[in-house]
Every structure is written in structure tokens, then in C-alpha cells.
Design a protein around this ligand. Structure first.
Ligand code: PBG
Length: 357
């Protein structure tokens, strides 16, 4: 018979080791009576008992649907690596957006896929660029009934596929990119976005966008800062979804998965100081430890992005009959919420909102 108190003492050094300098964040284990007095299974016995003690619930309004709109399409084109997702035409975008809002989702995040690209990503701040046209159309259609968000990043618009403009040596030029982001921020605010998703991982990007917005009178347009955003192998399917031109990777500007949580908290502190209205952790499932730490520390609401590869893994396994799709889907979202996200970007948003209603 194992006394949980003995177990607790034995586990203490392990907890300290795993959590390292974040030891203070680890709650002490409670003093529970030993088995057989304490039987945790008592509260799991029936659906009614489980429902009574359930603590974490994903709500439709927590969910944000990322959507792709591609210039020049007459009808939606399926994204092969993301079953159920589409590159939308303008009309199918509006239709799917209305469906999502009717299902009760909390917001929409829009990505544009332009017909032509160049080195500076001119389509991003062109008022007639696909993303800005789509934002205007959606805002006209939906008004303030949902939260309209836009990707504030150049990668969909550059011919080299990087999130910024390049310096002569081929590296991404941080400060020159900030000028492009400032201009994009104005175009997106003018087009009607409520929140701008600063996703490029340039240092100072929130400050650049905030100052541009304030300078032009867009004081109420908010910024959702991708605060910790990791260079991830799980972005793969997104590359197909946005017809990405990227060769190589983004390791020189996105974060390294091997860094500790302090690196993530530094990004959060910086973005909040620069005026971020929300901060986001991305990807979600492989970074739940980071999400928990950010949720504990952040003075502003915290979002998490369940990215394309997280979605594709579950879809692919389910398509093979290797796991139950709906169960896996809901379990991942519950985990992300439990880890501290109050907002979750997920390609399942509409479906889950309908399921939960
Ligand atoms: C950058 C951006 C990316 C994603 C969202 N915004 C690509 C990247 O950083 O490489 C990925 C989202 C996903 O994989 O679902 N504009």
C-alpha cells in the first residue's frame, strides 16, 4: 500500500529538477489521507459525478477561426494537407465567415494569398491587396458582430517567403521590416480589422504598429502580439495553405524550442510594454509549459494558436482510423484551455462551436 505522502516526498527532488528556476510556480502537493480512505476513482464513477466536478470548459466564444483568402479564385480550393480547410474565394470566404459567426465563434483571423509577390511584400500594405480587400468586405458584412483579425506579417506577400524584407547579406532586416509593418498596420486598420496579429517576430514590431496606429488616429485598433512564437516543424501545412515561397527556415527570428521559459517571458514583457492588448503563444500543444507560464505572468489576456501541423496530425491519424477524431480534437482544445489560454485559434473553430452548442 502506497502512502501518497511518502510518494510526495520521493517526488520532490524530481519536481524541483524538472521545473528548475521556476520552482516557486510549482504548488505544494496537498496532504491527502492515504488509500483506502482516499479513493480518487469515487468522483469518476458516473457521467453525472464527472460532470459535477468538471473544471475546464471550452466555449465557442473562446475560439478564433483562421481563414485563407486567395486572389483570383472563383471558388474555394481545398488545402490537401489540412482536410476541411480551404483557400477561399472572396465569396466563399464571406459565406464561411458568416457560418462561423452564426456558430458562435469568438473571432476570425484572416490570411491573404496574393497572385503576385515581390521582395518587399507590396501586396501587404496595398489597399487593393487581397488581404485588405477581404478585411473591408468582411467588416462591411459583419460589422462589430465578431472580432475581425488580420495577419500583420509580410511572408504571404514576399517572393522570398520571409516575414520581413531582406538585407544585402540575405538576412531579414529587422528595422527596415518595422517600417513595412507600420504601413501594413495602417492599411489593415483602415480596412476594418479590430485586432492586428503581429506574427513576424521582429524586435519592436508591437511598438512600430502601435505608434503608426496612434499617429493616424486608430487608437482603438488593438494588437494581438505573437509573443512567444517558436520556429516550428509544425507550420508545414500552413506553407501549402498560403502558397509560401519560403526556402529554408525562420530560425534566425522565431524562437528556439530549446530555450527555457525565461526567453518566452522576456518576449511577453517586451510586447506588453510596447502596447500589446493580448499576447499569444504559438504553437500550442508542444508548448503547453510555456503557455502555463505566460498565463500566470501576463497582465493581458492570453491566446494560443493550435497551428496547421497540430490540426493535420489529428486529421491524418483519424483518417487512418488510428484515433477518434472528435475525442482527440476536444481533448487538445481542453488541454490548451487548461494550460491557461482564454482564446484559442483553431482550424476546427466552427465545427467545435457547433458541437458545443
Ligand atoms: C506568419 C504566420 C505563420 C503562421 C501564422 N502566421 C507561418 C510561420 O510563421 O512560418 C502559421 C500558422 C499555422 O501553421 O497554422 N505569417
Amino acid at each position: 500500500m502506497t502512502d501518497p505522502r511518502r510518494l510526495r516526498r520521493r517526488q520532490r527532488p524530481n519536481l524541483a529538477g524538472a521545473a528548475g528556476r521556476n520552482l516557486a510556480l510549482v504548488a505544494p502537493l496537498p496532504d491527502l489521507p492515504p488509500f483506502p480512505t482516499f479513493r480518487p476513482r469515487r468522483l469518476r464513477r458516473t457521467p453525472a459525478l464527472r460532470r459535477l466536478v468538471s473544471e475546464v470548459a471550452v466555449r465557442p466564444s473562446d475560439l478564433v477561426l483562421p481563414m485563407f483568402v486567395r486572389e483570383g479564385l472563383d471558388e474555394a480550393v481545398p488545402v490537401a494537407s489540412m482536410p476541411g480547410c480551404f483557400q477561399h474565394s472572396m465569396d466563399s470566404l464571406v459565406k464561411a465567415a458568416v457560418e462561423a459567426v452564426e456558430a458562435g465563434v469568438g473571432g476570425l483571423m484572416i490570411y491573404g494569398v496574393p497572385l503576385s509577390k515581390d521582395a518587399r511584400g507590396s501586396g501587404g500594405d496595398d489597399p487593393d491587396g487581397i488581404l485588405n480587400v477581404a478585411l473591408r468586405r468582411l467588416r462591411d458584412e459583419l460589422g462589430d458582430t465578431t472580432v475581425l483579425m488580420s495577419d500583420l506579417c509580410l511572408d504571404e506577400f514576399t517572393d522570398h517567403g520571409h516575414c520581413g524584407v531582406l538585407a544585402a547579406d540575405g538576412s531579414v532586416d529587422n528595422d527596415a521590416t518595422l517600417e513595412r509593418y507600420a504601413s501594413m498596420a495602417l492599411a489593415q486598420a483602415e480596412a476594418g480589422a479590430h485586432l492586428l496579429g503581429a506574427s513576424g517576430m521582429m524586435d519592436g514590431q508591437v511598438d512600430a504598429a502601435r505608434r503608426a496606429l496612434d499617429g493616424a488616429g486608430y487608437v482603438d485598433t488593438g494588437i494581438l502580439a505573437y509573443a512567444p512564437k517558436y520556429a516550428s516543424g509544425f507550420y508545414g501545412p500552413f506553407r501549402e495553405a498560403v502558397n509560401s515561397s519560403l526556402q529554408g527556415d525562420r530560425a534566425a527570428y522565431q524562437q528556439d524550442a530549446s530555450r527555457s521559459v525565461a526567453d518566452a517571458l522576456a518576449e511577453v514583457a517586451m510586447d506588453v510594454q510596447e502596447g500589446a492588448d493580448l499576447v499569444m503563444v504559438k504553437p500550442a500543444l508542444p508548448y503547453l509549459d510555456i503557455l502555463r507560464a505566460v498565463a500566470d505572468a501576463s497582465p493581458v489576456p492570453v491566446a494560443a494558436y493550435q497551428i496547421s501541423g497540430e490540426y493535420a496530425m489529428v486529421e491524418a491519424a483519424a483518417a487512418n482510423g488510428w484515433l477518434n477524431r472528435e475525442r482527440a480534437m476536444l481533448e487538445t482544445l481542453t488541454s490548451i484551455k487548461r494550460a491557461g489560454a482564454s482564446v484559442i485559434l483553431t482550424y476546427w473553430a466552427t465545427e467545435v462551436a457547433n458541437l458545443l452548442r
